[in-house]
Every structure is written in C-alpha cells, then in structure tokens.
Ligand binder design. Structure first.
Ligand code: FE2
Length: 289
C-alpha cells in the first residue's frame, strides 16, 4: 500500500488496496490514520458491489441514513445487504429521480451539521460519472483554523453558531420546512465555531454552511459580516482540492475537519454515485478540551 498527498492542502491517495477484497486490521489502522491526518482519502479503480461498499464504510463506524433518505433512493441496489447505501444522481427513470441532489451546484458545507450530533464521515463511490464537470471540492478546516489571522481567531474562538436545517446543499427547501425569515429563529443545531476533533484532539474551524447561518449573541448584521469574512477566508484555494471523478473512484472524507461542495454539470450527462454515511459522536468545543 502507498499513501501520497493529493496536493499540499488536503487529501491523500491510497494505492495498492483492493477494497472489494477487504484488508486486515493493521492495514485499516494505517488507512484510518491517513484519513484523520489528511481529511480525505481517494482510492482509484475500485470495482465494488453495494455490499462491498457498505462493508468498507462500516470499518469506520456504524452507518446511518444520509440526508434525503426519506425518499428511499436506493435504486436497484435496494437489496437487504445494501440497506445502508443510497444513490446520489441526476438520472430520471420513468419520471422518477433515482437519486438525490440533481445536477446543480451544491454549496460548500459539512453534512448534516444542523443536527446536534452530525455524521463522522461520508463515503462516495463513482458508479457512473460524466467525463467532465461535477467535480467535488474539499477544504481543510484544520489548516484554515491554524493559519487564521489573529484578529479573526480572537473574534470567533469562543463563539457558537446556529446551523440551519431548512435547505439542502443544492438550495432546495426540505420537505415540511418553512422558508427562513429570521436567521436567529431558524430551526437547526448550535455548535462551537471551533471544535476539538474527538479522535485526534486537533482544533478545526466548523462552519457547516453559509446559508442562514447565525453567530449566537451577535446582531444579525454583525453575524452576516463575520460569517462573510470567515467564508471568504476558509475556502481559499490554498486550503482546498478539486476532485475530477473517474469511474471506480472511492472518496471518504472526515465530516468534522472538512468542507465539501460540488460543481454543476451537464443535465444530459449521467452521474450515479453510491453513498454511505458513518454515524457521528459528540463534538467538543475547542475551549472544552
Ligand atoms: Fe454533502
């Protein structure tokens, strides 16, 4: 097995591992450490069944349903052994979307941070991917925190933010939700802006997503100004990596230290990703460490 950085900012590529065949505990320990250190891992040219993808994801912890799972978008992979796998796709069959998120852009976010205990990680497998577009981007929130200018650090190091649950990362209002008219009253969860990673003790900026975010205790105007500053800063190129998909790619990212987004792509192109999500654990504030 060889592990090499994807770029200077974030991510590592793991070669010499066949995820379908599985691996021993020693190999997994090295993979797990590289994932904690580099936030995102890429495995290329994998050939997986739904059950094999589920088995790989489950090495990282118990699985749970991802956002949008109430639509039961499990396509032909809905067999029992794949009950913890869902579909991300723009493909429509017989008038029905076979997966979530369509073909539009998805804004920078961490998954489901509008819950008190957000997921630990997400795994994506490129079952069918377009030749161009639909890149998935990742940004390193350890680096963003570590390199943040001191004045900005001081302004947010003990702050908490409300993470709104009303919209998907593709900007759609979720089923049963009302449009947000005042960010202070929006439904969601409150998290520290700087968390201590529960597995390695490192501090990371933890912003969730920009839309309808609110920093507790501030006026809405001050919160908006501060959030714009934070977001302009933290998703700069020097913290990020843009992934161009190939069929058979497997990506797993640490949802606690990583932001991600997706480029829009040609609606006529077919894109089918399989997705698993690993259940979370509580997130301590940095100053509680
Ligand atoms: Fe996401």
């Amino acid at each position: 097995m060889q592990i090499s950085p994807l770029n200077d900012a974030i991510g590592a590529r793991v070669d010499g591992v066949d995820l379908a065949a599985g691996f021993d505990d020693e190999t997994f320990a090295a993979i797990h450490q590289a994932w904690l250190d580099r936030c995102v891992l890429l495995f290329r040219r994998q050939k997986l069944t739904p059950a094999q993808l589920v088995a790989f994801a489950a090495r990282f912890g118990p699985l749970e349903p991802p956002p949008g799972s109430e639509k039961d978008l499990r396509s032909d992979a809905g067999a029992d052994e794949a009950r913890d796998m869902w579909i991300i796709s723009n493909v429509v069959e017989n008038g029905k979307a076979i997966g979530a998120l369509g073909y539009g852009e998805a804004e920078w976010h961490s998954d489901m941070t509008y819950l008190n205990v957000p997921p630990t990680a997400s795994v994506l497998y490129g079952h069918e991917v377009p030749a161009m577009g639909a890149n998935t981007w990742f940004a390193n929130m350890y680096a963003a925190w570590e390199q943040m200018p001191q004045d900005l650090r001081s302004a947010v190091e003990n702050a908490q933010a409300l993470h709104n649950s009303s919209y998907t990362s593709a900007g759609e209002l979720r089923k049963g939700m009302d449009a947000v008219t005042d960010v202070r009253d929006a439904p969601g969860a409150v998290h520290p802006i700087v968390i201590t990673h529960p597995e390695n003790g490192r501090q990371a900026l933890f912003l969730g997503r920009r839309t309808n975010a609110y920093i507790k205790g501030m006026t809405v105007a001050d919160s908006e100004t501060m959030l714009d500053r934070l977001w302009d800063y933290c998703v700069a190129d020097r913290f990020s990596y843009s992934h161009q998909w190939q069929p058979g790619d497997v990506l797993i990212w640490d949802n606690r230290s990583t932001l991600h987004r997706r480029d829009a792509f040609d609606p006529e192109a077919r894109r089918i990703l399989w997705r698993c999500q690993i259940k979370g654990t509580a997130l301590p504030a940095a100053n509680a460490a």
